[in-house]
Every structure is written in structure tokens, then in C-alpha cells.
Design a protein. Structure first.
Length: 357
């Protein structure tokens, strides 16, 4: 007992670390905000030439780009999700690769492989299409489990392994994946670990009659059903340096401790915990959101504030994309699925239960 007391007296007190929200950052200047708005405006202008409506999808793509995340787009066929992804990728003067996922797609087809060069008597590494700034994985749920695991390493670690050699992916690196939810034959559902790597999951809806008419007029004027992105020109493109500037600037957007606590409380509520638990949630949700969700909420909020021309985050920045951040991270029970309860409905109840700071 005496020994314990002596050790306790000699213990050096640990300094209290500041919270992430209170750490000093270089404040954004008015010039930084103006440049950010001008760059985002260029990206939006390209969408006007390729997409009618779908403003939510456009904003989700741009915010995810600025927040340095990956995005999964889900919709029925024919809603231009591939066109939207290509528009964002080609709005930046970086490398872009499109991969059509199929059940026989192997990891080497995506990551790369080693080929023996008989003239040099050594193996030569041939990198795959995932080594690009922007990678479009079309119908990702058609790829098999082996290929999905290769994607997981690239998305989470920023590098790939070919023949035991680790190769870094270019920066910036962003994966835009699409999937069709209505087909089951020849598909492999993404596991929870893979889904969690996507910062956002956007769901597209059918256009209104007015938007569909505008789309047909645009096609008639263009003379083609598919847009020729090469004809859009380069005057409204942004560079890789511009993307890095946007991402660095978004991290400097101030977010108060109260808003950080709000994001954490929202995520904790999905697990049946938090300061404002929802009665009966355990019968609907079998697994809540992971800490990646709270990280994504904060990063997305900072990016949205920057795009809006503010150097500080407001609660609406967190709420605006809460469904896109949380819907693929909340796993419902069989009882909830039988009662046609969706994850978006659970998120609605969470937003109502947790008070805005």
C-alpha cells in the first residue's frame, strides 16, 4: 500500500491536450474564400453542359472532392450517374480512368501486375487503371470479393501492392463508384467494411417532367445522346494544384467544440447511446455508424462551409449531408426491413432527437 502511495506521488501530471476544434490554424483570408468560390464555380459550370437537374448529386460530388473522400452513387439505370461522375473527373486536369466492373474482373486487372521481360531478364511492373487521380468504378457491386478487397486497400491506404512492392497512388486520389440496386444476378453486395470507406453515399431519383423536357431539348440541341466531354474546352477546368488548395483550405475552416459535440452525438445516437437516445431504436438498428461517420460529418461540414464562402461551420453544414454520410453506415434489423423502414427514416428521427447547438 505504501509503495502504491509513493508511486502515485511521483507521477508526473499529463498536460491536457487541446481539442481538435480548438487547435490553432492559419485563418482563411478573403482571398482564399474568393479563390475557392471561383474554382467551385468552374466545376459547376461544366455540369450545366452535361446534366439536367440532379443538383443534390452535383453538390455531393463537389463536396466529397473538396473533403478528400470517396463517393458511392446508387440509382436505377438511365439516371446519368456515370455522366455525372465523368463530368466531375474531367473538370480537373488530372488523370482519369473508368473501369467497368464484371464478375470476372480480377485484382490484377485493377491494380496491375508484373510481367517478365526476357530481354532484360527481370520482372517489369505494369500498373493498373486504379493508379489515377480519379477512378470511376462502374457497377462496383458486380466485381467479386477478391477485387473488392483490392479496392479496399487502395481507398483506405492510398497505395497498392504489386508483387510485394507497395506503390503509392497519385494525389489527389478519389474513387467514384456506381451501383444498381435493383439487379441481383451476377452481383456481390459490398461488405460493411467496404461501404464504410466511402465518405458519402448518394441516391439519385427520377427527374421531374420539366427536367426531363429540358434534358430532351439539350439532347436535340447537342445532336447526341451522350456528351462529348472533350468539346467542353479547358477554360473552366481546374488543376491538381487547385484541388489540393481546396482540400487544404477546407481543413482550415473553423469548427467550434459545440458543433463537434453535435456531430459526435448524432453518430452515438445511431448506436443507441449518446445524450439523446431514441426509444425503440434497438429494434430497428443492429449496427450503428462507426467513428468514420463523425470524421466524415466534420470534413463534409468544413467543405460545405468553404464552398458557401464561410470560414466557419454552422450546424446546417452538418445536417445538410447527414443522410449521405450515415445511410450506408446504419445497418437495419430484419424487423425494420420487414416493416419497410429505411435508414433515411432512422436518420430523420436522429436529427429530430439531437438538438442543434
Amino acid at each position: 500500500m505504501a509503495l502504491f502511495s509513493a508511486q502515485s506521488q511521483n507521477t508526473i501530471p499529463q498536460p491536457k491536450l487541446p481539442s481538435p476544434a480548438s487547435r490553432q490554424k492559419t485563418p482563411l483570408s478573403r482571398e482564399d474564400l474568393n479563390r475557392s468560390g471561383e474554382l467551385v464555380g468552374r466545376i459547376r459550370s461544366r455540369f450545366t453542359h452535361t446534366l439536367v437537374g440532379q443538383d443534390n448529386l452535383r453538390d455531393s460530388l463537389i463536396v466529397t472532392l473538396v473533403a478528400a473522400g470517396h463517393i458511392l452513387i446508387e440509382s436505377v439505370p438511365g439516371l446519368a450517374k456515370t455522366t455525372a461522375a465523368q463530368t466531375l473527373a474531367t473538370s480537373v486536369s488530372g488523370t482519369f480512368k473508368r473501369v467497368q466492373c464484371t464478375p470476372d474482373l480480377m485484382p490484377s486487372d485493377l491494380v496491375g501486375t508484373q510481367v517478365f521481360d526476357f530481354s532484360a531478364q527481370k520482372f517489369t511492373t505494369i500498373i493498373g487503371p486504379i493508379h489515377a487521380n480519379f477512378v470511376l468504378l462502374d457497377e462496383i457491386n458486380r466485381s467479386n470479393a477478391k477485387t473488392q478487397s483490392a479496392m479496399l486497400e487502395a481507398m483506405s491506404e492510398g497505395n497498392t501492392t504489386i508483387g510485394g512492392e507497395r506503390i503509392s497512388l497519385p494525389k489527389p486520389f478519389m474513387v467514384i463508384a456506381t451501383q444498381n440496386p435493383i439487379e441481383e444476378e451476377g452481383t456481390y453486395n459490398l461488405p460493411e467494411a467496404q461501404m464504410d470507406r466511402f465518405m458519402m453515399k448518394a441516391q439519385m431519383t427520377y427527374p421531374t417532367s420539366e427536367e426531363e423536357e429540358r434534358m430532351l431539348h439539350m439532347l436535340a440541341k447537342r445532336g447526341s445522346d451522350t456528351p462529348d466531354l472533350k468539346q467542353l474546352g479547358q477554360e473552366d477546368m481546374i488543376s491538381i494544384v487547385d484541388v489540393e488548395f481546396l482540400r487544404e483550405a477546407s481543413r482550415r475552416v473553423h469548427i467550434s467544440d459545440s458543433i463537434v459535440e453535435y456531430a459526435v452525438d448524432l453518430v452515438a445516437t445511431s448506436r443507441g447511446a449518446g445524450k439523446h437516445p431514441i426509444q425503440g431504436l434497438a429494434s430497428l438498428v443492429r449496427l450503428g455508424a462507426s467513428p468514420r461517420a463523425s470524421i466524415a460529418l466534420v470534413r463534409i461540414a468544413q467543405a460545405n462551409a468553404l464552398i458557401a464562402g464561410r470560414d466557419y461551420v454552422i450546424p446546417e453544414d452538418v445536417k445538410l449531408f447527414a443522410h449521405e454520410v450515415l445511410r450506408h453506415r446504419i445497418l437495419l434489423t430484419f424487423e425494420a426491413l420487414a416493416d419497410d423502414v429505411s435508414s433515411d427514416q432512422v436518420i430523420d428521427s436522429m436529427l429530430q432527437a439531437v438538438p442543434v447547438p
